[in-house]
Design a protein around this ligand. Structure first.
Ligand code: ZN
Ligand code: FE
Length: 257
């Protein structure tokens, strides 16, 4: 039985920990202390570290963990992260036999130039996508182009509908606020807002989300929907039609929202 547990870090980061009651893998350890505490509490043995991109809130604890544990640290080949021991890129397979999981690496540039995501399809479809796809939103475009981010999100949206999406930040409520502005008639979105607010009032994570839900509520995956297109047109006073341009305008809009 696999457990996927969110270790809280900083203001709104989750360090996802995948374990089978014996061995554990952590994703994006921005800090080491809460990871070490959790491993000790649950009597787990760390067996690998997965990193999605170079930002310090995703990598800051890696070196310290490696000093305590002799484990591989996987991360993007196309970024400079000194503490990574196993650089990987699109199509690479990572066989974590201790927890019987086999991840496929996906290149998802946009937030950063070399950003990667980790996808496994057995025993269930799970995705660790760092700061690419969020519940009801997407990462800021710091290094890549909007076109790249759009293609990365399109790539993720082609995964199976029941894929569980584990992103690194709890941004859901503020993402929903923006989504409601650009997609006000969406009843699924209204339902999600109520559910997410209830969870957050009890300090429960809104994650993971599922791809099926995101396709129904996430404006950044819905740039081909007339409702979204109309709102973007109204806002920009430009007659944009193709989804990639709508995406670009939507992302810019959210930056200043
Ligand atoms: Zn980041
Ligand atoms: Fe981040």
């Amino acid at each position: 039985m696999l457990t996927i547990y969110p270790i809280h870090a900083f203001k709104d980061n989750y360090i996802w920990t995948i374990h089978n009651q014996q061995y554990a893998v952590v994703v994006d350890p921005g800090t080491a202390t809460p990871v070490i505490e959790y491993l000790e509490l649950e009597k787990l043995q760390l067996c690998a570290i997965l990193i999605t991109h170079h930002h310090s809130d995703h990598t800051g604890g890696n070196q310290e963990l490696l000093e305590s544990f002799d484990v591989p640290a996987f991360g993007p080949r196309n970024e400079f992260i000194p503490s990574i021991t196993h650089p990987v890129r699109e199509g690479d397979q990572i066989n974590l036999h201790e927890i019987s999981l086999n991840f496929t690496v996906l290149d998802t540039p946009g937030h950063t130039q070399g950003h990667i995501a980790y996808y496994a399809s057995n025993p269930m479809n799970i995705l660790f996508c760092g700061d690419t796809l969020f519940s009801c939103g997407c990462g800021r475009i710091f290094e890549g182009s909007p076109q790249q981010m759009y293609q990365s999100l399109q790539k993720l949206s082609r995964l199976p509908d029941d894929t569980l999406i584990y992103c690194t930040h709890e941004y859901t409520l503020s993402n929903i606020r923006f989504a409601r502005t650009v997609d006000p008639e969406n009843s699924k979105l209204a339902e999600l807002e109520i559910a997410a607010r209830k969870l957050r009032n009890n300090i429960i994570p809104t994650l993971p989300t599922t791809l099926m839900l995101e396709k129904a509520v996430n404006p950044f995956l819905r740039c081909d929907q007339q409702e979204i297109i109309d709102h973007v047109k109204n806002k920009t006073k430009q007659s944009l039609t193709d989804p990639a341009s709508i995406f670009t305008a939507l992302r810019e809009w959210k930056n200043s929202y």
